[in-house]
Ligand binder design. Structure first.
Ligand SMILES: [Zn+2]
Length: 461
């Protein structure tokens, strides 16, 4: 399949009519390979990684140099274990020399410029193949969503940070007939408009919602306080692109009344991992790429429960290949096989979060903010909150109050959070009306103003 797709890319035929073909073929391939045995998966990964390594070596000057410096060539890749002999590629390298990392055989007009998300610490631009990477990406995502009953073209509501509202015309959503999606403005998640949104979802017969967890959590909090509101009958709520924090999932599932389905992915297309029908563990898609977890020295971790950095090699990045790409995201290694669904997919039991979501205590201890369970009644009178760290050993909790908030709540929050942070972290509380979203509109749990990179080594060793 991969070679067939690769041939299509390089064939030089116009792409416009191919997009749906690539999409359908990828979907069919994913269906066929969904239950592949471990051996079959390894054989496919071996072939796919070899093709990408060979392609990068021959057509991407940056990789040719990188491999030469490390003393490796495509011929050294004889088994999946040999991947560790190849050097890592980092965000800094790609940011500083972007043109060195573009394949010379993809014609210019077929290069589609894209960039990593606005909230990342080291943003950089790179290329996809026009008319190729997007349909493949879509097919992979739909294939994940299928696990919770989604069918292509089904009506969905989207609450993902896009501003579509018009305050004067009082229009806060927009319907896209092409995708059957109704986009709601998540900048207008106010007590006045949430019921209007929910009514719209109910009346449109929408069964699935795509949302940033932070947006879904705001609505869940509202529903918690308004039991009189009739809920739409939903089948699933898709949460990608942003971490779901412990407690958030329970809150959303309870008050939206449906399964939260989450996955991990990124624009760089090196790793894709999604939950299955029966478990919340992230299953690394073996048809998408090879996922490794490494410690600060770059040593591959294999033990269940180990925390390390996610490193990915994508199988479809022909324009800008990502080979052993250090994502700077941390994850906890799960099982090599999922008992709940029977797939031979490596699982991650938790995505620990971006490095910029780690807080640093006075003694240099790192706290993964995802480990702080905020699902406690002390937050019942809080509309929204966010941590900000500007100084080592000190963290500010910004709180947007509900009307029901009392002084007593502040004391309780101090007590509960201090317990979790430990004695070497000073907690300050500040009140605000509205928390700032990131430029892309995503909510952020921690705004980290320190450079946490230097503390990473201590966490992973
Ligand atoms: Zn499973």
């Amino acid at each position: 399949m991969l070679e067939r797709i690769a041939q299509r890319v390089f064939a030089g035929i116009p792409f416009s009519w191919r997009e749906p073909v690539i999409f359908r073929k990828t979907l069919a391939f994913l269906e066929e390979s969904d239950r592949w045995s471990k051996d079959k998966i390894q054989e496919f990964q071996m072939r796919s990684a070899a093709a990408v390594i060979d392609h990068a070596f021959k057509t991407v000057p940056g990789y040719a140099k990188l491999f030469a410096r490390a003393g490796v060539a495509p011929a050294h890749f004889q088994s999946l274990d040999d991947l560790r002999r190849f050097p890592f590629i980092t965000k800094e390298i790609l940011r500083d020399r972007p043109e060195d990392y573009v394949s010379s055989i993809i014609p210019r007009p077929k290069l589609h410029y894209t960039a990593t998300g606005g909230a990342t610490a080291v943003p950089f631009g790179f290329y996809w193949v026009r008319g190729y990477n997007i349909p493949i990406e879509k097919a992979f995502i739909f294939n994940l969503w299928k696990r919770v009953g989604y069918r292509i073209g089904e009506k969905t509501a989207v609450l993902r940070g896009a501003f579509v509202g018009n305050e004067e015309k009082k229009r806060f959503w927009r319907f896209n007939a092409l995708t059957n999606e109704t986009w709601f403005s998540s900048y207008h998640l106010t007590d006045r408009l949430i019921p209007v949104y929910l009514e719209k979802i109910r009346d449109s017969g929408i069964r699935f919602v795509q949302a940033y967890p932070s947006a879904a959590a705001i609505v869940a909090k509202f529903l918690q306080d308004h039991s009189e509101i009739r809920l739409p009958r939903l089948k699933g709520l898709f949460c990608g692109s942003e971490n779901i924090f412990p407690g958030q999932r329970e809150l959303i599932e309870k008050f939206w009344g449906c399964r939260v389905y989450s996955w991990y992915g990124h624009t760089e297309s090196a790793i894709l991992a999604g939950e299955c029908e029966n478990s919340n563990d992230y299953h690394c898609c073996p048809q998408y790429g090879i996922t490794e977890i490494v410690d600060a020295q770059g040593k591959i971790l294999t033990q269940e429960g180990a925390i390390g950095e996610l490193v990915g090699t994508g199988f479809y990045g022909w324009a800008t290949p990502f080979i052993r790409y250090r994502t700077r995201d941390l994850a906890t290694l799960g099982k090599a096989f999922c008992k709940q669904c029977g797939r031979s997919h490596r699982t991650l039991s938790r995505i620990e979060g971006r490095f910029q979501e780690l807080a640093v205590t006075a003694q240099g201890r790192l706290i993964s903010m995802t480990a702080i369970n905020m699902h406690t009644p002390v937050f019942d009178h809080v509309r929204q909150f966010q941590f900000v760290q500007e100084r080592q050993g000190e963290i500010i909790l910004k709180i947007a109050k509900k009307i029901s908030y009392r002084d007593h709540d502040t004391q309780e929050i101090f007590r509960v959070i201090n317990e979790k942070l430990g004695p070497d972290m000073k907690l300050l509380i500040a009140f605000t009306d509205q928390l700032e979203p990131t430029p892309s509109g995503k909510g952020r749990f921690l705004v980290q103003k320190l450079n946490t990179q230097q503390w990473l080594d201590r966490l992973t060793t």
